[in-house]
Design a protein around this ligand. Structure first.
Ligand SMILES: Nc1ncnc2c1ncn2[C@@H]1O[C@H](COP(=O)(O)OP(=O)(O)OP(=O)(O)O)[C@@H](O)[C@H]1O
Ligand SMILES: [Mg+2]
Length: 252
């Protein structure tokens, strides 16, 4: 029985008057890949952003309920959000490397945290790029701009940048939807490798991707969490009609 690293309790989120999340209860288990699926506008990205308080940056947002990371309330007034976002890293749909060298991208968070020792930085660059399965592609050009890489390579550098600060949880919002199928498969394989040491939550519109890489799947619909279970169960024998309709492509 794996332990829950992050737990949402009755989370409601309002954008002004619009209720985008209607009481979500969901536990993320350690060393698993959890997939969030559901039709466009159902609240997947909104929920993902509640897990590292990225919604705080939107002025009209109001959140109720509780989200705990290792038993600690992440919305408690004394929670340091910079620290939180190191512990809960995020990778976006569009690869967004900084316009710096590959080396400087990966060391960015460590340097911000005050790490200066060259050997420590070098070691972190190699281990993060290896973990993100991009080391062999870039080891001879660490000084070159990350922007000169392909989209799939950029996305893996972005994953390495997140890994470098050793997060407890990695959130990914449709990380492969801007990539060609071969690059997407490489990123999927990277995520499968990372599961051994990290916990991953991924939003995806690809049923194939969710069933291939995730351990558990959460189906969202119109701001509600309709069904959350082992991925096999969700795809082979869902309990709810809406889940069945969605995964079989009848809507969304
Ligand atoms: N910044 C915002 N301000 C106001 N409303 C928002 C904002 N972001 C999202 N919403 C609304 O909240 C609802 C959920 O949006 P969200 O982006 O979480 O959906 P999603 O499931 O990620 O969709 P998609 O699959 O299209 O990315 C939608 O109705 C959306 O219009
Ligand atoms: Mg989204």
């Amino acid at each position: 029985m794996t332990t829950e690293i992050m737990t949402a309790h009755d989370v409601h989120l309002f954008y002004g008057k619009k209720e985008a999340l209607k009481g979500i209860d969901l536990g993320i288990r350690e060393h698993e890949i959890t997939a969030l699926i559901g039709p466009s506008g159902c609240g997947k990205s909104t929920f993902l952003r509640t897990l590292n308080r990225m919604n705080d940056l939107i002025p009209s947002v109001k959140i109720t309920g509780k989200i705990e990371l290792d038993g600690q309330d992440i919305y408690a007034p004394n929670m340091d959000t910079v620290q939180l976002r190191k512990r809960v890293g995020m990778v976006f749909q569009q690869p967004n490397p900084f316009p710096f060298s590959i080396y400087d991208n990966v060391t960015y968070g460590l340097k911000l945290a005050g790490v200066k020792d060259r050997q420590t930085l070098d070691a972190a660059v190699e281990s993060s790029l290896r973990a993100a399965a991009i080391w062999d592609d870039v080891k001879d050009k660490l000084g070159q701009s990350a922007l000169a890489l392909s989209g799939g390579q950029q996305q893996r550098v972005c994953i390495a940048r997140v890994i470098a600060v050793q997060p407890e949880l990695i959130l990914l919002d449709e990380p492969t939807s801007a990539l060609d199928p071969i690059s997407a498969t490489k990123v999927e394989n990277t995520l499968l490798d990372l599961r051994e040491n990290y916990t991953i939550v991924i939003v995806t519109h690809s049923m194939h991707q969710a069933s291939r890489i995730s351990d558990r799947t959460a189906f969202f619909y119109q701001g509600d969490l309709i069904e959350y279970d082992r991925t096999k169960k969700i795809f082979m024998n869902p309990t709810h009609q809406e889940t069945e309709d969605y995964i079989s492509g009848r809507f969304g």
